[in-house]
Design a binder for this molecule. Sequence first.
Ligand SMILES: *Cc1c(COP(=O)(O)O)cnc(C)c1O
Length: 755
Amino acid sequence: MAEEIYRELTKLCGKDLEQAENEEIYAALLNLVQTQSRKQEVPVTGRKLYYISAEFLIGKLLSNNLINLGLYDDVKAALSKAGKNLSDIEELENEPSLGNGGLGRLAACFLDSLATMNLPGDGIGLRYHCGLFHQNFSDGLQSTTPDYWLNGVDWTERTEKVYPVTLAGKEYKARLYKLAVTGYEGRTNSLNLFDLDTIDESVIQEGIHFDKTKIEQNLTLFLYPDDSDEEGRLLRIYQQYLMVSAGAQMILEECAARGCDFHNLADYAAIQINDTHPSMVIPELIRLLGENGIEFEEAVQIVTDTCAYTNHTILAEALETWPRHYLDEVVPQLMPIIEKLDALVREKTPDAVTYIIDSENRVHMAHMDIHFSHSTNGVAALHTQILKDTELANFYRLYPEKFNNKTNGITFRRWLLKCNQELAAEIEHLIGPGFKKNADELEKLMQYTEDDAVLNKLYMIKKDNKKALADWLWRKQGVKTNPDAMFLIQSKRLHEYKRQQLNLLFLIHQYYEIRAGHTPATPIVSIFGAKAAPAYVIAQDIIHALLTLSKVIAEDPEVSKWMQIVFVENYNVTAAEKMIPACDLSEQISLASKEASGTGNMKFMLNGALTLGTMDGANVEIAERVGTGNIYIFGQTSNQVIRRYADGDYCAREWYEGDPNIRRAIDFLTSEQMLAAGHEENLARLKNELTGKDWFQTLPDFNAYIVRKTQAMQDYATNPRAWTRSALINIAQAGFFSSDRTIAEYNNDIWHLDK
Ligand SMILES: *Cc1c(COP(=O)(O)O)cnc(C)c1O
C-alpha cells in the first residue's frame, strides 16, 4: 500500500517525491485525499439531515482525513521513504478557523460522527475568507490581524451551483462550495459553504477593520465581524440570510430531485438549527414553499415538522433579538411571514413573554425557533433542566413534549486518535481497536486500575506529551517550560463567566505564599489559551493582567522556581491538539449555571487529565461517571448562584473588604510590581470591576478554589500512582462523551435517518 501511495504521489507531483517541495507534496496529498473521499460518497435514500450553523470550527484536515480513510500510516511510510516528514507537511496547512469556540467545534465533531456512523447528514454554513482573527500579544495586550486561510490550496471545492438571494432589495448570487467530510471507515458527506464571487479583501483597512457598508465586497469576508456597532449587527443579518436562503433553496432542490413534492418535505429532510444564527431558515422555507404553491397554514406545519432547534446558552446577551427595523431593511420579504407567525402565537397563548415580536418591536429569534420547530434541546443535563425551570419555563409549559436534552460530545478520532497517538496505541494494545468506533469499550480499561505496568506506561505517555508541548512552546513562542512540573491548563474563549480571573487571583495568591516561604507541593506551570472578542474590554484587561503577572513572576528568581504562567498565543484547534494531551489538571471553573455544557472538559478527560471544576455544564456528568474521588469539585452550586441572582444581594465589595486573602490578591493588581510591568489603565479597570461589580461571582468561590487546587497539587506531588490511577479512570469513563453517542441520540429522538 505504501508503495502504491508513493507512486501515486510521485505522479501527482509530476516528479520524484525526493525532489518535490513540501508544498507540492501537500497539494498532491490533498488531491489524493479528495479522490479517495469521493469514492465513499453514498446516494441518499430516505430522510437526510441538514445541520445549519454559522460556524464549523473544523481544524486542519489533512491528518484527520488520512486517519479516517485508513491511509495515515502508509502515507507516513511512503513519505519517510522519500526523506519527507508528514508533520512538516501538515505545518503548511492553514487551519480553517470557521468558528469562535465550542459551538463551532461541536458542529465539526457532529459532522465527523455522522459520516463515521454512515448517516446522511450535511452541514450548511458560510465560506468566510477570514476565519476567527489571529491573536498576537504585544506590550502585554492582545492585538488582532485577519486570518487569511484561503491563500494557497484549500479543501473547499467550487461548484457551478449559484442561488439568487435578495438582500435589501438587491439580488446577490450565492455560490456553493463543497468540502468533503469523510468518516472513520465510514461514508463521505458534505459541508456546504456559501460564498459570493465578489468578495474583495482590499476593503480591509487596519487590523481587522473594514468598510462594513460594502456588502458586495465584504459579506463573507469575516467570521462574525465585530458587532459592537449598528453596521456590524446589520452585516450579521446579511450573512445569516445569505446562509439560510441559499441553504433552503439547496435543500428544496435536492429533495425535489429525489422525488419530494414539498408537501412531504419532512420525509426527505431534517433541519437542525444550531443556535439562533440560522433561525431565519424557518420563515424563509415558509416563503419558498409559498412560491411553490403551498398555503401558509400547511407550510407552517411542514416547516415545524422539518426543523429542530438547539439552544446553546442561557446568557441573556447571547439570545439574539433584532430590532424590527433591521429586518425591515435587510429582509423585508420575511417580515410579513414573521408577523403572521407572531399572530399565530398570540392566538395560541396570552403569555406575552413568548411572543416573537415584543412590545418594543424587537424580534426574538429563539422564540420563533421554539414555536415553529418540533424539538428544542439543551446541551447538557443541567443546562436543559435550567432551561425548563427558569430561562424557557414559559415555553416548557406550552410545549413540554418538545423539550429534550442532548449532552454534547467530541469526536474521538480527532481528540484521541489524531492528537494523542501514543495514548491511542496503548489503549489499542490493552483493549483492542473497538473503542475507535464504539467508545463505550473504553470501560474495559477499568480492569487495569491496579496494574502498575499500565499505570507506569500511562505516566510515561503523559510525560512524553508534556515534553512535546514544551518543545512546541519553545519553537513557537520561545518559552522554556519544565515538563517535570505539574501542567495546569485553562484553554477556552476568554469570558468573565468562564472565570479566567479566578485562576488569576489564585496565581497571585500562590505568588504571595511562595514569597512568604510557603512553597507549594509541586512546581506548577499554569497554561492559558484564550482569544477575547475585540470589543470586550474587561476580557482584554484579564489577558493583560495574566501577561503582566507572568512577567513579574518570570523576573523573580525565588518565585519562578515554583511557578510559571504561559499564555499560548492564538489558541485554536491546532494549539488545542498540542496542549490537551499534555495536561495534568484541566481547569473548568465557570460560574455554576453559566457554562451550558463545555466540550473542552471532555477532551481533557479523554486525554487523561483530572478536572478541577464547578458543578456546571457537563462537569456534572463527568463527576457522576468518574466518582467524586477522581475529580476536584468546588464552589457554589447552580441553585445557589441562581438564587443569588434572583435575590440581587451579591455585593462584591463586602467580600473584598471582609476577606484579607481576597483583598490581598485583588490589591496586587495595582501593586508597584504590576504597575511597573503593565498598564495602569487596564489593571485599575479590572480591579474596579472585581470589587465594584463582579457579575460572575468570582469572589464567593475564591477560598474554595484555593483549597481544592492546593489539594490537587498536593495529591499530584505526593502520590503519582494514585494520580495516574485517577487519570486512567477518567479515560475509561470518557466513552459517554463521544459525539457518536450524542449523534445516536439526536437520530433516535429527533431526526430518524435511515442508514
Ligand atoms: C473544544 C474547543 C473549544 C471549547 O472549549 P470549552 O472549554 O468547552 O469552552 C474552544 N476552542 C477550541 C479551539 C476548541 O478546540
